[in-house]
Design a protein around this ligand. Structure first.
Ligand SMILES: Cc1ncc(COP(=O)(O)O)c(C=O)c1O
Length: 398
């Protein structure tokens, strides 16, 4: 049956670009330096100020920023890093290029971040760090995660790609890790087209990140690492100035953009919570943002697939969450990861069984993804709430 037409208008349109964005890009074109323009440093200064960090290094993607973060940690092949399996692959895979072994973990059900209790069980003498992702813009359980990191002397790599503007106990996402990374890819809350920013307060991490792939700036290092100026460590990660220009404007507009998304989604939350859904409203010490809007039915046996199908037939843009669990992907289950990681002789490192992490898999199966409604609402949110009400009443035979 053909789905009903539901006009979503401008409410689902993203990114939101206007004359200010155009003018910023035009400035670069007219200046003519389309490769190393000073706008890159301006962007870094903006991000350092935004997060209150000492060092910011712009990259051509969040993936490249995460790769630089893993390089910066200066670990040994075979060292282990705790990671959630419920995330985008780029939170994890870049570490393999340095021979680091991802040790997959469950995610907790309350805030959807890495589960500190499960992480604790997987710590070994080789564990050196953890990756913390604030999935969908909801800050992870930092109190417990930090306590664990302190107890076992683990570094935190914070993947803040979904969480521009979120805070935990007043501290912004982007300052919650030893090294933190934002993606600026086009769907993100402060998009640049493609781009990423690495942040840290540690000069050594910053230098190592710079040496990995920012070839033109290694010469500026005032120390022994300057000797790498003619080569870098083998890749190139510099952001394009036109992306940096866009990223600056989008960062300046972030508070207004986030305020509108939050207002829209808090209304939607208020409409669907009474219908039996958990919408991940944050506790008082957290300000969340919404990269995407996910909800979960409180009834563990609820028929999610049936509801998604029925809502889609009504014209709603409702689907399953879009990240499959990383440890279940063929790249891992067929062993390809080992080709990249090239672990030292005698290493017995293995990836968790695909059937493992039933808590995360069960939680994911109950999740529904709705639009993030970043634009001006023209009645679509009420239409969604009403469609949910009617569809559920029909399904539940009321
Ligand atoms: C959680 C997360 N980490 C990392 C990335 C990688 O960023 P990029 O696409 O900029 O390489 C993304 C998104 O794309 C992401 O969602």
């Amino acid at each position: 049956m053909k789905p009903k037409a539901l006009d979503h208008g401008p409410t689902t349109h993203w990114p939101n670009l206007d004359e200010q964005d155009e003018a910023a890009v035009l400035r670069i074109l007219r200046d003519g330096d389309i490769s190393t323009h000073g706008v890159i440093r301006e962007l870094e200064a903006d991000y350092a100020a935004f997060t209150g960090r000492e060092f910011a290094l712009a990259h051509n993607s969040g993936t490249a920023g995460l790769m630089a973060a893993f390089h910066a940690l200066d670990l040994q092949p075979g060292d282990e890093i705790l990671v959630p399996t419920a995330t985008f692959w780029a939170s994890i895979l870049p570490m393999l290029w340095f021979g680091l072994v991802p040790v997959f973990c469950e995610s907790e059900m309350e805030r959807l971040g890495p589960d500190p209790d499960d992480m604790r069980k997987r710590i070994t003498p080789r564990t050196r760090a953890m990756v913390v992702v604030h999935l969908w813009g909801l800050p992870a359980k930092m109190t417990e995660l930090r306590a664990l990191a302190d107890e076992f002397d683990l570094k935190i790599v914070e993947d803040a790609s979904h969480a521009h503007g979120a805070t935990w106990r007043g501290i912004p996402a982007g300052r919650l890790g030893d090294i933190s990374v934002f993606s600026l890819q086009g769907d993100k809350l402060a998009p640049a087209g493609e781009g990423g920013v690495l942040l840290t307060d540690d000069a050594t991490y910053y230098e190592r990140a710079l040496c990995l792939g920012d070839i033109t700036r290694i010469i500026e290092i005032d120390g022994p690492a300057r000797r790498f100026a003619a080569t870098s460590f083998g890749i190139k990660t510099r952001i394009a100035p036109m992306s940096a220009a866009l990223a600056r404007v989008q960062l300046a507009k972030l508070p207004a953009h986030n305020a509108r998304r939050n207002a829209n989604l808090q209304r939607l939350s208020a409409g669907v919570e009474p219908l039996g859904f958990e919408t991940f409203l944050p506790p008082a010490h957290i300000e969340r943002v919404y990269f995407e809007f996910l909800i979960r039915h409180r009834d563990g046996d609820f028929d999610n697939a049936g509801l998604i199908e029925a809502l889609q037939a009504e014209g709603l843009q409702v689907s399953c969450p879009r990240y499959p669990l990383v440890h279940q992907q063929p790249f891992f289950t067929e062993g390809h990861w080992k080709q990249i990681a090239r672990l030292p002789e005698g290493s017995h490192a293995e990836i968790a069984d695909p059937e493992e992490f039933s808590q995360t898999a069960r939680g994911n199966a109950r999740m529904l993804r709705l639009p993030a409604f970043p634009g001006q609402d023209q009645g679509i949110i009420d239409a969604y709430i009403e469609a949910f009400r009617q569809t559920l009443a029909r399904i539940e035979g009321k």
